[in-house]
Design a protein around this ligand. Structure first.
Ligand code: MRU
Length: 314
């Protein structure tokens, strides 16, 4: 599996996530093309969006500088609103702009490399935590959306934890919600798990809570698009019901995310902008409402695992 996002021959190379499970890549040479790819979810997942933002600035810095570059960076940063990583990536690359295009590219590539390292650290720390919370035995884990290699550069956050546990022989089963309406679970998570021979089953989103209530999973592990300063967690719509069900069943609800997803400037979940996507994605054939994310209050979160810490919000 190629990297979800990379810099190849002076272009941004993306695995086209709209085409999965068919594996194709697209090369991006301009910022408008990149903004379109972000909006269509050709590249998606908070950490991958952060790297996309940084590499997008690197593309723009080849032909623009000063106020023009800043205006382009601002447009890129708001291509999608919920994942804070996109803004973080754009700002990270823009900080190098005074030193010229070479410095911007170096900063963007450093962010890419830091994301890879962060995911491996999150995977190991999350695996340690789950072994401690549930016992060092093969676990049945429930996940939502795709917080895997394809949502990052490689390895993944929530699926990074799954991968680390799998390497230790401690995965019995992964239950993957299909994740309506765009099926990131059925199309992307399932492909990643199958590629590694990790036992898994895809379930319809509506089955999630009752699977937890029936005692069929030991823990929930998900990614995040933004973690507020108080520990509230925005993630793909359908995450919050899993947190409610996990609390009711008394099983851990663990969030795996890099520090770049934690936003100290967002005080709580109410301050997080929830992306509203086009009604036609819901395919209801009539009026629809398509919020792409929900917020899980901090008190339902057992722990947020980053590359630096295990944070147990109040
Ligand atoms: O709309 P998407 O597919 O970009 O939503 C992605 C998610 O909700 C992920 O769980 C989140 O970004 C974490 S990715 C490591």
């Amino acid at each position: 599996m190629p990297r979800a996002i990379d810099w190849v021959d002076g272009r941004i190379r993306l695995v086209d996530q709209t085409a999965l499970p068919r594996l194709t890549t697209v090369d991006i040479t301009g910022v408008d093309e990149l903004i379109d790819a972000i909006r269509r979810l050709v590249v998606r997942g908070a950490p991958a969006l952060g790297v996309a933002g940084a590499l997008g600035v690197a593309l723009a810095a080849r032909t623009q500088k000063g106020a023009d570059l800043a205006a382009t960076a601002d447009r890129l940063a708001v291509a999608r609103p919920t994942a804070v990583n996109l803004t973080v990536g754009v700002r990270h690359a823009m900080a190098a702009a005074p030193d010229g295009p070479g410095a911007v590219l170096a900063a963007a590539l450093a962010l890419r490399d830091a994301d890879i390292a962060a995911c491996h650290a999150i995977g190991d720390r999350g695996a340690d935590l789950l072994a401690q919370l549930c016992g060092p035995r093969p676990l049945r884990l429930h996940t939502h959306c795709n917080a895997g290699a394809l949502a990052c550069v490689e390895w993944g956050t929530a699926l990074g934890v799954v991968r680390s546990l799998h390497q230790r022989g401690q995965v019995d089963l992964v239950v993957a919600d299909e994740t309506r309406p765009l099926l990131q679970g059925a199309r992307i998570t399932a492909v990643e798990l199958a590629a590694e021979d990790i036992p898994h089953r895809v379930v319809v989103d509506g089955a999630g809570a009752s699977i937890i209530a029936r005692g069929l999973v030991d823990a929930v592990v998900v990614g995040a698009d933004r973690v507020a300063a108080n520990g509230d967690v925005a993630n793909k719509i359908g995450t919050y019901p899993l947190a409610l069900a996990a609390a009711r069943a008394g099983i851990p609800f663990v969030v795996a995310a890099p520090e770049t997803t934690v936003d100290p400037a967002t005080p709580d979940g109410a301050a997080i902008e929830i992306e509203e996507r086009a009604a036609d994605e819901v395919l209801a054939g009539g009026p629809a409402w398509n919020p792409a994310f929900d917020v899980t209050p901090a008190d339902l979160v057992t722990a947020i695992v980053t590359e630096e810490r295990v944070w147990r919000p109040e």
